[in-house]
Design a protein around this ligand. Structure first.
Ligand SMILES: [Zn+2]
Length: 303
């Protein structure tokens, strides 16, 4: 069986899957140790051992914030600060004698949905976009996940919003990454709330959608602008990689009303106006990260 772990700031979630059908065999969830690398490593090993009690695993895939440095193979860019600079995979291999791979959450979403979810009918390509607290994406081309030369594959959230105009998109905004008008600042759930607050009052995204359902004109207009921003962003991706399916994940993807709006607007922003690319909701929701992590070693041909 395949073991997958999804390591987040508050919890470590683990699953075991059948390697042929990707059916769930078992799952475990433990709290992420707060500030101690040794305790963290111990928690990861214990989670893998707990999942190994039913059947022998053949591989371990890990979805984790942060990535491995191409030079040192040590962790970088993780919001679990004690992980940065550590030889996490090397240390784990001292305890677990199996193929081990690591990828970020957006890549895991793409893998999960491509192999066994909303994009499973795609022959060789899809893009999965997380629109949640932030905005990132995972890209599958020729059946493999694209990480890229600089580990930047899929970082569409930090491209400038295509067609930005102050009168339609609001005041220019500087992103934490240092760039101006990043897609993430508009298309993430956080961005959706920020741009609404700039025009009206600060409300939770869920409340804005509830008000739209009741016919509130401001909320409806805001959702129309938001889906246009998302369509512009996705249109530029279609023009570059033209994936077979676009899968949306993260909190904003649960709002069903955005799909027909984005679908309708998408072809306004693509080179050919006859695009048939479907924009669909992730099938496995919050479980996609851990499922994709489990499937990753198989996708990489390690098992
Ligand atoms: Zn940015």
């Amino acid at each position: 069986m395949l073991i997958g772990l999804d390591i987040g700031g508050t919890k470590i979630e683990g699953v075991s899957l059948d390697p042929s059908t990707y059916t769930l065999i078992n799952k475990v969830r433990v709290a992420t140790p707060k500030d101690n690398y040794a305790a963290f490593l111990d928690a990861v090993v214990s989670t893998i051992e707990a999942l190994s009690s039913d059947q022998a695993p053949i591989s371990v895939g890990i979805g984790c914030c942060g990535s491995l440095s191409k030079d040192t193979q040590r962790m970088q860019g993780s919001n679990l600060l004690y992980l940065n600079g550590e030889d996490f995979i090397g240390d784990l291999k001292k305890y677990i004698a199996l193929p081990i791979t690591i990828a970020n959450d957006a890549d895991c979403l793409a893998i999960s949905e491509f192999k066994s979810g909303a994009a499973k009918h795609a022959e060789n390509s899809c893009i999965a976009v997380i629109i949640g607290t932030g905005c990132g994406s995972g890209i599958i081309i020729n059946g493999d996940v694209v990480t890229g030369l600089n580990n930047l594959g899929g970082e569409m959230g930090h491209n400038p919003l295509p067609g930005y105009k102050q009168e339609q998109d609001g005041e220019a905004v500087t992103c934490y990454c240092g760039s101006t008008n990043c897609i993430e600042s508009f298309c993430s759930g956080t961005g959706f709330e920020r741009t609404y607050a700039a025009k009206h009052v600060l409300l939770k995204a869920k409340t804005i959608f509830e008000q739209a359902e009741q016919g509130d004109a401001d909320a409806l207009q805001h959702i129309d602008t938001y889906t246009d921003q998302l369509a512009r962003s996705l249109g530029s991706i279609v023009n570059v990689i033209d994936p077979e399916v676009i899968v949306l994940g993260g909190g904003m993807s649960n709002q069903g009303c955005i799909y027909p709006l984005v679908q309708d607007k998408l072809s306004r922003y693509t080179f050919s106006k006859a695009v048939t690319t479907q924009v669909v909701k992730a099938e496995h929701g919050d479980s996609s990260g851990v499922r994709g992590a489990a499937i990753l070693p198989q996708l990489k041909g390690l098992v």
